[in-house]
Write a protein that binds this ligand. Sequence first.
Ligand code: FE2
Length: 181
Amino acid sequence: MKYLETYDLFPSLIQKYSITNNSVILEDIFGDNDLGDHDLLIASKRSKESYVLDNYVDLKGHIQEAINIYATKIGISPIKISQSWYSIAKNGGYITRHTHPGSVISGAYYPFIETGQTFFAVENPNPDEVWNNLTKYNETAHDFELSTDDLLIFPSRLNHFTDPNQSGTRICVSFNTKYAD
Ligand SMILES: [Fe+2]
């Protein structure tokens, strides 16, 4: 062999942020007696409201700061939060594999995890089918360990899911984004 050049191309940016939350969103969520269901959610409930973060301006601002860092890092035009909603899982609850069509990046923010930690999986869009050693190129999905008040931001086109929750009551605020006007 005379030479080798390696091109590590087309990575997917996923970032985890710790968010400051001084809002009353948790009190409101725990007091919500009018929750709905969703086809993707197993043994979990979801807010009927689809623009939840609009009610918590400071919290929405903190999440927007994270979005701005993400957008700057990958070099896209400014984006802002569009829809936002929350889901509540007890032990055994989970969300099945899905993407967020029509959104640029999406996020999962956990203002409450009873045990303090939980997991969230994002699928590799280009997995190799046969592998001997686990590498970043061939892993089928990556598991992220998240703590209370962590926010994970990822491209909306990537499939993601959770395994059955073992973290006690777990609340996730999710959102989509769109390009700013
Ligand atoms: Fe999602």
